[in-house]
Write a protein that binds this ligand. Structure first.
Ligand code: HEC
Length: 86
């Protein structure tokens, strides 16, 4: 996989990020790729909303994630794509 340098650095900064990325890779790329996170009319408007969406999509795939796993994926998505401050 080709990872932009800035993103690779982000991931290296935080173990939670690589955990979130791995969880996402396992459970989340079946229906949509990363482009839904960067499309111009993306639906997520805040970190709170993003976390709710991650938990909801996680239920859809029956991933049965613990809270810290939802947090890790939310964190990784936010750092890599959304960049919400809160
Ligand atoms: C069963 C199919 C399916 C799976 C699997 C799935 N999603 Fe989704 N997801 C969707 C659909 C469909 C949309 C687009 C909904 C829309 O257009 O409003 C979406 C949208 C999203 C969005 C919002 C994108 C935006 O507009 O900002 C996020 C965030 C998201 N998914 C996260 C996840 C995560 C995290 C996982 C893994 C747990 C996951 N999805 C797995 C179907 C799925």
């Amino acid at each position: 996989m080709i990872v932009p340098a800035a993103m690779a650095q982000d991931v290296a900064q935080n173990a939670d990020d690589s955990k979130g990325q791995a969880l996402h890779q396992t459970s989340c790329v079946r229906c949509h790729d990363h482009s839904v996170y960067t499309r111009s009319d993306r639906k997520m408007k805040s970190a709170d909303q993003l976390r709710i969406r991650v938990a909801f999509c996680g239920q859809q795939v029956n991933a049965q994630w613990f809270d810290d796993e939802v947090d890790a994926v939310t964190l990784w998505l936010n750092r890599s794509f959304y960049k919400f401050n809160k």
